[in-house]
Design a binder for this molecule. Structure first.
Ligand code: AMP
Length: 287
């Protein structure tokens, strides 16, 4: 695996790949890698000739300065995991390399940027769009791999690629979970031992909602989740929503999911704070 920090070096290596007619897969990350990230690299290895992974903690997508400062950084362990996964190029740009001048661009993703994550982290998706658009323009991959763990981000990136006519296929990959159901996340290491014990309750809510979803209305499901989590003093629910996977529009409260929903993918999304750590998760309820 080659480690590259400069754009001209990256361009030279990519030109090399192109000359050999290699297809290129790209896995952008913020580091503190875990098996979720590794699964994206492994998927890419199966589908393309060369895999580029980037590690860049993007300042423009953080809405709280302390969150950016606290974000875990584990460069040595990351490198080891990527080598083991047979990643070909690790791109590690400095902030000045990606943002030689402040990025003034404002993107518009309609409803998708105003609900759920967009509502609780205003400006977050604009920052994501800034960095992902820059990275996609730099790497020019044939395919770029993103986790369904960040379901709303994945939907927004698909929209971004359409808006900018970028010639890349966006591949969504399944969420990798710990044995107790907790979705793997770089932030999990920030949980205290007590919080870590409680954290799987988010996934548990999603799987239980999936089980109940054809018997109860969306309103009843939402009230049930809120009620269950209120019993848990460590978990502060930010939102629980059931949305259309394509449009991200929330499903009507009176709606009961049934066979008439065929053709529409419905996803339950949850976000909560455990102490200082904010966790998100989601699950396809239907079909
Ligand atoms: P991050 O480093 O958190 O920005 O994540 C980089 C990429 O890894 C994103 O596309 C995430 O959606 C994806 N990812 C993070 N956690 C998981 C997981 N548990 N399973 C699958 N993909 C994940």
């Amino acid at each position: 695996m080659e480690k590259i920090t400069q754009i001209d070096e990256l361009k030279a290596r990519l030109a090399d790949f192109r000359k050999k007619n290699y297809s290129i897969g790209f896995v952008p990350t913020m580091g503190a890698l875990h098996q979720g990230h590794v699964s994206l690299v492994e998927r890419a290895k199966k589908e393309v000739d060369r895999v580029v992974c980037s590690i860049f903690v993007n300042p423009t997508q953080f809405t709280e300065k302390t969150d950016l400062e606290r974000y875990p950084r584990t460069p040595e362990a990351d490198e080891k995991l990527l080598r083991a996964a047979k990643c070909d190029v690790l791109f590690l740009p400095a902030v000045k390399t990606i943002y030689p001048e402040p990025d003034q661009r404002k993107f518009d993703f309609g409803i998708a940027e105003h609900i759920m994550e967009g509502k609780f982290r205003p400006g977050h998706f604009n920052g994501v769009a800034q960095v992902v658009s820059k990275l996609l323009v730099l790497v020019e991959p044939d395919r770029a791999y993103f986790g369904q763990k960040d379901f709303q981000q994945l939907a927004i990136i698909k929209q971004l690629v359409r808006q900018l006519n970028l010639p890349v296929s966006i591949v969504g990959c399944p969420t990798v979970r710990e044995p107790d159901g907790l979705a793997m996340s770089s932030r999990n290491v920030l949980l205290s031992a007590e919080e870590r014990k409680e954290a799987p309750v988010l996934a548990k809510m999603l799987f239980e909602v999936k089980g109940k979803s054809k018997r109860q209305s969306v309103k009843q499901l939402k009230e049930w989740v809120r009620g269950e989590l209120e019993k848990n003093s460590r978990v502060n629910l930010e939102y629980f929503e059931i949305v259309d996977a394509e449009t991200l529009a929330p499903v009507e409260p009176s709606h009961i999911i049934d066979e008439n929903d065929r053709g529409t993918e419905l996803v339950a999304c949850i976000a909560a704070r455990l102490g200082k750590v904010r966790l998100i998760d989601n699950l396809v309820l239907f079909p």
